[in-house]
Design a protein around this ligand. Structure first.
Ligand code: MRU
Length: 344
């Protein structure tokens, strides 16, 4: 089953807030509810939120009562703004919405024709995401040796995309090629996408893994107990600086210090050539309840009035990366020159 899909005139998505405790699919008929679902992380992961927003815009087309094409485009523009504002860091969200708006504006036809074209384009975008992930996975799997132990951060699998995954897709393909792999799964505080979602996916695929807390990765890298580090990204700047889930920077520093290769795996829709460097990438700061609201052995983890901070992403400077895997091949330094050649 896909993470994000269209069925019976509704957008359906796996509810990622409640996995692995329960597997539930939720349905959406309105773009505002889709925007809320992206903010609340019912759906998360850069390519998955791009696809969700694309189908959200298709819903907006059917919600609009406009009887003229101009009126429909105006309604769509307002809905596009709502969807794009739902999360700031992953560029795939704006990329998907802008792609659909471009197609909608190019239609010379009735409002109903525009509505149909948007839905077709959203479906095309979702189908392409799966195909792109599989191409990335082939390129990335060539970097993995039989017997490797890999540290993986956050969730970058089928749940973070329409299907298959980015960094976890690479691991999955290497496993299907018969390579014996062990995954050390960063739990990924504060929302625990690693412990909850990546571990759940690895169980489905039969790939051996152990969960480690994020602050253990330096220990395993220094002890020579991991040979590769793989993660995804939410936005890659033109110079190869990579914004990804908070903790990626520290993991990359530890990998670099120990001479262990670290790879980001991204579709080219995640590369934002309009930003010269990672310092320009907007970093989402989320509710501190995500940090303070968990329990340890049934008790709160912090004093009642504790304050916290919760930046959801950090930027890994390009010098810490060994390569960036895309659907068009693996890009090596100097990234500021070589990234441009894979973005079509
Ligand atoms: O906050 P999330 O769970 O949406 O963050 C997701 C990540 O950081 C992933 O690593 C990233 O989207 C790339 S994986 C497709």
């Amino acid at each position: 089953m896909r993470t994000v899909f269209w069925e019976n005139n509704e957008l359906k998505m796996i509810d990622q807030r409640i996995l692995p405790a329960r597997f539930e699919v939720v349905s959406y008929r309105g773009h505002k509810e889709v925007a809320r679902a992206i903010t609340d992380m019912v759906v998360r992961g850069a390519p998955a939120i791009g696809a969700a927003a694309a189908f959200g815009l298709a819903l907006a087309g059917y919600e609009s009562a406009a009887t003229s094409t101009e009126g429909l485009i105006a309604d769509l523009q307002a809905s596009a703004a709502t969807l794009k504002a739902s999360r700031p860091t992953a560029v795939n969200l704006a990329w998907a919405v802008d792609r659909l708006m471009g197609v909608a504006c190019s239609v010379d036809g009735s409002p109903d024709e525009v509505r149909g074209v948007i839905l077709d384009e959203a479906q095309k975008l979702a189908d392409e995401d799966v195909e792109i992930n599989k191409r990335m996975a082939e390129h990335g799997a060539a970097l993995i040796n039989d017997g490797d132990t890999i540290i993986h951060h956050c969730n970058t699998g089928a749940l973070a995309t329409v299907d298959w995954g980015t960094a976890l897709g690479v691991i999955r393909t290497a496993h299907e090629q018969g390579k014996k792999i062990h995954v050390l799964v960063d739990e990924t505080r504060p929302r625990l996408q690693g412990a909850r979602l990546t571990a759940w996916e690895l169980e489905q695929y039969g790939i051996p893994y152990e969960i480690i807390s994020d602050n253990m990765s330096g220990y395993f890298l220094k002890a020579g107990k991991a040979q590769k580090v793989f993660f995804g990204a939410d936005r890659v700047a033109a110079n190869g600086d990579v914004a990804n889930k908070i903790g990626t920077y520290m993991l990359s520093l530890a990998a670099h210090d120990n001479g262990i290769p670290a790879y980001a795996v991204v579709p080219t829709s995640t590369i934002d050539l309009s930003l010269a460097h990672g310092g320009l990438i907007p970093i989402e700061e989320r509710d501190t309840d995500e940090v303070l609201g968990i329990q340890f052995h049934g008790e709160p983890i912090a004093p009642k009035n504790a304050k916290a901070r919760n930046p959801a992403f950090d930027v890994t400077p390009n010098r810490l990366l060994s390569g960036i895997v895309t659907e068009n091949g693996v890009v090596y330094p100097p990234f500021e020159i070589n990234l441009r050649s894979v973005v079509k």
